[in-house]
Design a protein around this ligand. Structure first.
Ligand code: FAD
Ligand code: SF4
Length: 673
């Protein structure tokens, strides 16, 4: 099993125990008081989980390079000594760790930002100051100093962030480098910046220190590097002393999703494969590799020498250990939702994980074995009930889990049928395994009543009964044309060619995506070539940046997405994924209509006012996605009878409900019951 993945990688002066790199993630831990100590526990847990090599979140080599106003830097010996808590903790667990050096350049979200040229990034409101030639040399020196300090802090190496559109990337391409001095113009001049950084760094740190270079192999922006340039730079980097080349895919300003859940598994491994054989140092491939079988396949197909996974280690610190012990079914899989990791990072909040609320909270959220075993009833096997039941059982309680439907999963059974959200099935598989592992007594097709619960002599009763779709109150809402999202996604009701969706929140958007696909064609998220075609990635690399015209599959339906308020549709969607949903529906020519007043549905269609003007949409169906109401009908009777009742997830509140909150609440309750 996982023969290649679990084989060691000999780097000459040191050996990695397997081919798994935990990729760099900015968790915001380093920026909070006591954060380095918390980061030490976070990384040590992943090292104990047997990951081959860890890379820290990006650390700036100087003030201008910070990603935000209070971002972490490594510029002094004093700071280096503080990092020892991390390296010691990782080494104690037998792990290895590199520090990532990241200079944000024109992506810096502060006033001191710099760049090769004074060109504002489309995703930033600040304009960078152009570095003078002397300042470029000083910045190179700062990188090398930072690497030397990392060595003092006992890191096993460093990763130089040369991709995603950060400073080094900005020097490499003419899109952002319009200089006429020794750092601009010809390609040789533009790549002098990264090559000098590596040269100076190697001089300072000696031979026995890992230098990973994260090379942008596919910029996905107009005016990006050509394939020939990428290969040329890879070879030049090898010559100046890089130990390993890691893959970077897409600048942050690119309009192609590169890590969202819509991206097919290992969707960009083909890019790294193109460089295999061009250099003699190991290559790492990355993006949307989330399980050991996917990683093994990538290696077996000769796409790379090693794989990088980042978010999967938030979801499950023991991913590699479980692969080693043949327990892949027990892996809590990252579903690439970005909701608790990247979205949090961009909102300057501490990073965590939707499916693992402990991530980055290892020092404060723990599930210790109980010394007072209780009999606990959990009602509802959606994400909240599943998390609570399995964690309580893991702690040693006797847990009875009741589910009214024929299967576990709750609303995730609807999420997983949305094209691009197929991965959500992993969460249900994970909990199914945990139910068996920890001996949860599961009763399916069992809508439990208050009487039954009262008679069960439970010490604690957890209501995780979720929500029910909110009813609408316009004339004709009982017409046969009117159905709700659960009718379509769970009860498989047929939907006609012309359809209106009432409500443009997360579920409304998902419904539009679902209806914009037909059953005959596979979802582009399941096929790499279909995905690249849909989003305009030129797999032949015909021009710099490898972008081309997107060719989406046409929608089989005419779809109207309606909302009562004015303004942009989907404004409340995730910070890092909302644009993907909006762009996808735009490609499918879904009509977005705002300022709508719903009047009535009859045989003719849907009568509405748009900005006060009457209109009739001649639709076959009106699908209601107008929010949800908590389902907590058992609460009053149980509380009146003096039972210990706890509400979590949708049952507690349907307002702004998502699975992140449901699992978070469930985990915190399970830790203290
Ligand atoms: P639910 O998932 O509603 O589960 C409640 C369970 O309780 C149900 O299985 C129900 O049958 C059972 N039940 C109720 N009463 C009883 C009873 N008396 N006895 C026994 N069983 C009972 N969230 C995200 O975070 N990210 C997403 O991308 C996302 N996408 C979504 C896409 C769709 C199409 C939908 C519909 C939802 C999506 N959600 C998403 C929302 C997310 O699924 C919910 O927030 C989450 O499922 C709420 O969890 P819960 O356990 O509180 O409730
Ligand atoms: Fe993966 Fe979502 Fe967890 Fe982020 S929050 S690590 S994307 S499952």
């Amino acid at each position: 099993m996982y023969e290649k993945l679990l084989s060691p990688l000999d780097l000459g002066f040191t050996t990695l125990k397997n081919r798994v790199l935990m990729g760099s993630m900015h968790t915001n831990l380093e920026e909070i008081p006591g954060g380095l100590e918390r980061a030490a526990v976070f990384y040590a847990e992943r090292a104990r989980g047997q990951v081959g090599l860890i890379v820290t979140g990006g650390i700036a080599p100087n003030l201008a390079g910070c990603v935000g106003p209070h971002a972490a830097m490594l510029t002094t010996e004093e700071e280096a000594l503080k990092h020892r808590v991390i390296t010691e903790a990782v080494h104690k667990e037998g792990g290895k760790i590199c520090l990532q050096i990241l200079h944000s350049g024109r992506y810096g979200y502060h006033k001191n930002l710099v760049g090769p040229s004074p060109l504002r990034a489309p995703i930033n409101r600040f304009v960078p100051k152009e570095l003078s030639s002397e300042e470029v040399w000083q910045t190179i020196e700062d990188y090398a100093n930072c690497a030397a300090l990392a060595q003092k802090a006992a890191y096993d190496g460093i990763e130089i962030m040369g991709s995603e559109g950060y400073l080094i990337n900005q020097f490499i391409v003419t899109r952002t480098n319009q200089r006429t001095d020794e750092w601009g113009g010809e390609y040789e001049n533009r790549i002098k910046f990264p090559l000098e950084i590596v040269k100076k760094t190697r001089e300072k740190v000696g031979d026995d220190f890992i230098i990973i270079f994260r090379l942008s192999m596919l910029d996905l922006v107009e005016g990006g590097s050509t394939w020939e340039e990428v290969v040329y730079l890879a070879k030049a980097l090898e010559k100046v002393g890089v130990t390993i080349i890691n893959t970077g895919i897409g600048w942050h300003e690119a309009r192609v999703p590169t890590i969202g859940t819509v991206v097919p598994k290992a969707g960009f491994a083909w890019v790294t494969k193109r460089i295999m054989g061009e250099v003699n140092i190991p290559l790492i491939t990355t993006n949307r590799i989330n399980m050991p079988d996917v990683a093994e396949q990538v290696l077996q197909e000769g796409c790379a020498d090693m794989v990088s996974m980042a978010r999967p280690f938030l979801a499950d610190p023991e991913l590699v250990l479980k692969a080693i012990e043949n327990r892949a079914e027990e892996i809590n899989t990252c579903i690439a939702c970005n909701q608790a990791c990247l979205d949090h990072t961009f909102e300057m909040k501490l990073c965590s994980c939707l499916v693992n609320a402990r991530a980055c909270h290892e020092t404060e959220l723990n599930f210790h074995p109980t010394n007072a075993k209780k009999k606990i009833a959990v009602v509802g096997a959606g994400p909240a009930g599943l998390a609570c039941a399995t964690l309580c059982a893991e702690r040693g309680h006797e847990v009875h889990l009741f589910e009214a439907e024929k299967e576990i999963g709750g609303q995730f059974n609807m999420a997983k049928v949305i094209p691009g959200k197929e991965e959500y099935a992993h969460t249900i598989r994970y909990y199914s395994t945990m139910i068996k592992k920890h001996g949860v007594q599961l009763s399916l097709n069992h809508r439990v009543s208050a009487e039954e619960l009262k008679a069960g002599n439970f010490d604690e009763i957890v209501l995780a009964t979720g929500v029910t779709p909110r009813k609408v109150a316009f004339e004709g809402s009982d017409h046969a044309k009117v159905i709700d999202y659960a009718d379509v996604l769970y009860r498989n009701k047929e939907v006609g060619q012309k359809v209106a969706i009432v409500g443009s929140g997360g579920i409304g958007f998902d419904m539009a995506e679902y209806l914009a696909h037909d059953n005959e064609h596979e979802s582009p998220s399941m096929s790499v070539s279909a995905y690249m075609k849909e989003w305009g990635v030129d797999m032949t690399y015909g021009q710099g940046g490898a972008t081309t015209m997107p060719k989406p599959m046409p929608s089989p339906r005419e779809i109207y997405l309606l909302k009562r308020s004015g303004g942009k549709h989907g404004a409340g969607l995730g910070k890092t994924t909302g644009w993907i949903h909006r762009a996808s529906l735009k490609m499918k020519q879904v009509h977005h209509v705002s300022n709508v007043t719903y009047q009535k549905v009859d045989d003719e269609g849907f009568h509405i006012l748009v900005n006060g003007e009457p209109q009739v949409l001649h639709v076959d169906h009106v699908v209601i996605c107008a929010g949800q109401e908590p389902l907590r009908e058992l609460q009053a009777a149980l509380e009146t009878a003096g039972q210990n009742v706890h509400l979590i997830g949708g049952a507690e509140s349907a307002d702004k409900l998502d699975a992140k909150r449901a699992i978070y609440q469930a985990s915190h309750l399970a830790a203290k019951l």
